[in-house]
Design a protein around this ligand. Structure first.
Ligand code: SAM
Ligand code: CA
Length: 247
């Protein structure tokens, strides 16, 4: 691909808000999946959260609706009770997780942006699941390191959902593989990064996209060779990688 001028470089918004980032063969096929099986089963409060987030300038960050049902099924399959969420935003995946855990379930939800979390908080309260959420207003890395200072936290989580600053995913993985129990799952969102991971080069992308694409490619390669986990890269939403800790 030819080098483009700086003003015409492709940004995250270009990819995520248009059909450029579509993983399926057509918009119609994606819409079919949403209309047939996703939206009819999406909880009303999740729809409300989607609606209030749609007014926000960075609303492309919201978790893809088709990731929701798989996330919920996986949490139930592993009997998740204690989970970590890295990257909360307005709380779509957080609410979905809270609704999927048992009454005494617990989610440690980490994000340095409290304002966006508070935008969605009234809906989490309305759903009656606020008691399951412990919001940590911090970047994730120092907090995970703090958790690991106490050996009791090792292997104490059933699952983790990672959807934050992609450049830190490898750092998160090293910590999460210790914090999540054997048989538990670590989920990484956006692992196909609008399909750009398969592009031959990154000349058309803006600098931020280039950096994130490189980080996602590095993560995908690493996860595929990490014997501690069994990995499945699922082409739904913007790519969801499921890692089950083997030992
Ligand atoms: N999981 C959310 C959902 O499903 O709607 C979307 C999360 S959004 C894509 C990414 C979030 O990661 C933003 O709210 C941002 O503030 C947060 N973030 C950025 N850097 C972070 C860090 N170092 N640690 C934790 N969260 C971070
Ligand atoms: Ca995401």
């Amino acid at each position: 691909m030819e080098e483009k001028s700086a003003s015409s470089k492709i940004s995250t918004e270009d990819i995520m808000k248009t059909d450029m980032g579509l993983i399926l063969q057509s918009r119609e096929l994606y819409q079919y999946i949403l209309d047939t099986s996703v939206y009819p089963n999406e909880a009303e409060l999740l729809k409300d959260l989607r609606k209030i987030t749609s007014t926000q300038p960075r609303n492309h960050m919201l978790c893809a609706a088709d990731v929701g049902p798989l996330l919920s099924i996986l949490l139930k399959l592993v009997n998740a009770k204690k989970t970590i969420e890295i990257g909360v935003y307005t709380g779509y995946s957080l609410l979905l997780t809270a609704l999927s855990l048992p009454k005494d379930g617990k989610i440690i939800a980490i994000d340095p942006d409290r304002e966006m979390f508070e935008l969605g908080l009234p809906i989490i309260k309305k759903a009656g699941v606020e008691h399951k959420v412990e919001f940590i207003n911090s970047p994730a890395l120092p907090f995970l390191d703090k958790l690991l200072e106490n050996p009791k936290n090792e292997g104490s989580f059933d699952s983790a959902f990672v959807d934050a600053d992609k450049v830190n995913n490898m750092n998160y993985h090293e910590r999460l593989v210790k914090l999540v129990r054997v048989g538990g799952i670590i989920l990484y969102d956006n692992t196909l990064w609008g399909g750009t991971v398969a592009w031959k080069d990154d000349f058309a992308l803006d600098n931020r996209m280039k950096t994130i694409r490189a980080a996602v490619i590095e993560l995908n390669k690493y996860l595929a060779s990490d014997n501690r986990c069994q990995v499945s890269q699922v082409p739904l939403g913007d790519g969801l990688t499921i890692c089950m800790r083997r030992y």
